[in-house]
Design a protein around this ligand. Structure first.
Ligand code: HEM
Length: 223
């Protein structure tokens, strides 16, 4: 690590867990309400989020700016680092490389996802009430659906594997036994968050989220 990069590296590392780690959990749960509660459950979750005081400021300071810093600085770290340095055991070397590759995929995915969803809401092209239907029209396209699956798996793996690295780099898990236990816990976290996202993607594809016109059309063609 270069001498003058200590502080930005620490800020980058901290932002990955707080607030971004908390955000990915919140986002997975909000989306999962589409699977558990259908159209109504999802719109209740969206309403709840939008009823929070200072919601736009929270988005700016707890989500957008941290992602921008962590993402751009992360690209710089990934670009600078020597993949396969042989500094670690095979397993850790693999995880080190995977952290960088999933970081790049996550960056591209978040930029695209932000453009398609949050930006369209900000521009007034999609209302909060139409978000479920909007997601339905996006993921009904098999190519976009596949891209979403890859994107959420990459982002979730990046978070869980990053949490493992965070616990080591902040001196929380020190010995090999602690690191082994935390590795198992982080992989369970990966599986749970990934399952929440995948179930919600399948829910958004369902008929319930299709627009009224599209549903009418499909029932005509079935009938
Ligand atoms: C936007 C695109 C992103 C890029 C390009 C990126 C890149 C990176 C890179 C290269 C590292 C490794 C740093 C190191 O080993 O020193 C890293 C670590 C990490 N990232 Fe990201 N990341 C992105 C988004 C995210 C998001 C959305 C989250 C949260 C869910 C996140 C959570 C983490 C965590 C927890 C770490 C581990 C920190 C540590 O090693 O102490 N990242 N990221």
């Amino acid at each position: 690590m270069k001498g003058n990069s200590y502080l930005p590296r620490k800020i980058h590392s901290l932002l990955g867990v707080i607030p971004l780690g908390l955000f990915i959990v919140e986002h997975a749960l909000t989306n999962y309400s589409a699977y558990e509660g259908g159209k109504e459950g999802f719109s209740d979750s969206i309403d709840l989020l939008n009823s929070l005081p200072l919601v736009l400021w929270m988005e700016i300071f707890l989500i957008w700016l941290p992602i921008l810093f962590h993402g751009v600085y992360g690209l710089y770290i990934a670009y600078q680092s020597n993949i396969n340095t042989g500094r670690f055991s095979y397993g850790r070397n693999w995880a080190f490389t995977a952290q960088r590759i999933t970081g790049v995929i996550t960056f591209i995915f978040i930029a695209w996802h932000f453009y398609e969803t949050r930006l369209q809401v900000a521009l007034g092209n999609v209302s909060h009430e139409e978000l479920g239907q909007h997601m339905n029209s996006i993921v009904s396209d098999p190519l976009a659906f596949t891209a979403y699956i890859i994107g959420v798996l990459a982002a979730t793996f990046h978070f869980a594997n990053g949490l493992w690295a965070f616990l080591v780099s902040w001196g929380i898990t020190v010995g090999p036994r602690a690191q082994k236990v935390s590795s198992n816990i982080c992989m369970v976290i990966f599986v749970i968050i990934a399952a929440l996202f995948l179930l919600s993607l399948f829910a958004f594809r369902g008929d319930e989220f299709a627009s009224a016109a599209a549903t009418a059309l499909s029932s005509v063609s079935v009938g």
